[in-house]
Ligand binder design. Structure first.
Ligand code: DGL
Length: 256
């Protein structure tokens, strides 16, 4: 199947998921649409995020996407149901904070979830937290302002460090804890975050799980491309599209 896989995010963050997918399936062609003109989504209402996500998905389908990855936890939380309702036959993969692997695979007794305000306030996260509340302490840690730094290309340095330090100061002991990156922008500050955490505290995100889920669905539907070397094309809704697409290309090449 020669059509590309479409990735959608409110900005450059979904590149962390694209990176995992490309690592797993380098033969596939990818198109990526960042809606930076309307970012951040994390402070918008579910209805606003739903409208923007439906528009983003329509953009990618218009460009010939054979499958869609909503590479944004906030957009998944607010809109994946509406996307599936509108396109019942489409392969759609979403992102959710990796609380389940943190508890089940890493046996964390405390799970600190860094995500947007909207994701953590959403119904989906409430259900997720409820499902694991009995096994682990779930600590939501909204990080408004962090995606804005990353959109500027700032993934390390004093501002990022001060931001993370201030956030971590509020969560208490990190003994037997795991940190979940529940926003697709945040894996790009992972090294800065790791430097601030006590040794042995694992950091996980949902990108690898989403990439595997995508592959499973493509194989199931006979949509998986085999052989060849795939391409990646970036689009962005913002007036600074050129800068943001260059940043996406740079983030995509970071070691996986
Ligand atoms: N990358 C998005 C996510 O995974 C959120 C960033 C935003 O606030 O727009 O939640």
């Amino acid at each position: 199947m020669e059509r590309p896989i479409g990735f959608f995010d409110s900005g450059v963050g979904g590149v962390s998921v694209l990176r995992a997918a490309r690592h797993l399936m380098p033969e596939e062609d990818y198109i990526y649409y960042g809606d930076s003109a309307h970012a951040p989504y994390g402070v918008k209402t579910p209805a606003q995020v739903q409208d923007l996500t439906l528009a983003g998905v329509a953009f990618l389908l218009d460009k010939g996407a054979k499958a869609i990855v909503i590479a944004c936890n906030t957009a998944t939380s607010a809109a994946i149901r509406a996307v599936r309702e509108r396109y019942p036959d489409l392969v759609v993969v979403g992102l959710e904070p990796a609380v389940k692997p943190a508890v089940e695979k890493l046996a964390a007794e405390k799970v600190v979830v860094l995500a947007t305000t909207a994701t953590l306030a959403g119904e989906k996260f409430r259900h997720l937290a409820d499902a694991f509340q009995a096994t682990a302490q779930i600590v939501p840690l909204p990080c408004p302002g962090l995606m804005e730094l990353i959109e500027q290309g700032e993934t390390s340095g004093p501002r990022v460090e001060a931001f993370l330090r201030e956030k971590l100061a509020t969560v208490g002991s990190l003994e037997k804890a795991a940190v979940v990156l529940g926003c697709t922008h945040y894996p790009f500050v992972r090294p800065a975050l790791a430097a601030l955490l006590p040794d042995g505290v694992p950091i996980i995100d949902g990108s690898e799980g989403a990439a595997h889920q995508l592959e499973r669905l493509l194989v199931q539907r006979g949509l998986r491309r085999t052989g060849g070397q795939g391409t990646v094309v970036f689009f962005n809704s913002d007036a600074q599209a050129e800068r943001l697409n260059a940043l996406c290309r740079q983030l995509l090449e970071l070691p996986y």
